[in-house]
Design a protein. Sequence first.
Length: 266
Amino acid sequence: MKTFFRSGAVLAGIVMFAAIAPASAQTVASINGVDISRNVFDFYSEERAQKPLADVTQEERDFILDELIGIYALSTQPRASELSEDPTFQAKVEIQFRAALAQAVASDWLRSNPATEEEIQVVYAEQSKLAPPLQFKARHILVETQAAAIDLISQLDGGASFEELAATHSTGPSGANGGDLGWFAPNQMVPPFSAAVAALEDGAYSSEPVQTEFGWHVILREDSRENAPPPLENVRDTIKAQVEAAKFQSYLESIRQPAPAASDSP
């Protein structure tokens, strides 16, 4: 079948919405005595095309209307009335209805209770305090065995170039760049690696191999600097989403009814 759209599980839901559409809504088609309202058509068009209604082309609209006519034709057959009485089908429709209504209520609540500037500032300050105090600039040589790492350290002790050894022996993707990892905060690396880098002085390399889940490392800490938190504007949207998610979770917990007693549980 020709299609312009991404697939979506909206067919059962659209039948439900048709049943509750306002009687005064403009009708775009009538199938077996049941109207397809403009509200239903517009909603379904945006869902199927996955774009604003104004951007849906006439060709896409024609396809959507044809698809809706098929849905309504099937759902108005005599057998459909019988199937609608099936408890499993009714449960499915109930869940879809409740989920859609819950989403509408949640969206409405969030619009009325956005994160305030004060709340965003508080979370930003808290997260800034948790940021590691330093960033490091480092190189590493990754090998598969401890023995190979020990041999590399011996070569470094003898005056070998760290970059050349990394380019020749490292199995990691940074090997081609002399093991260069650039600047990073400790929490961006796995804990054993971060701890080893933090324990080094600038310009020093690890005297013992460092094991991580990736293998054995020889690490050179080239430099360090203060780890300033990112500007608020760079993380505002993320923090705003975190604040609103936390507020909504608190609201949701506040409206839940007490759990039934154990003997009454399903």
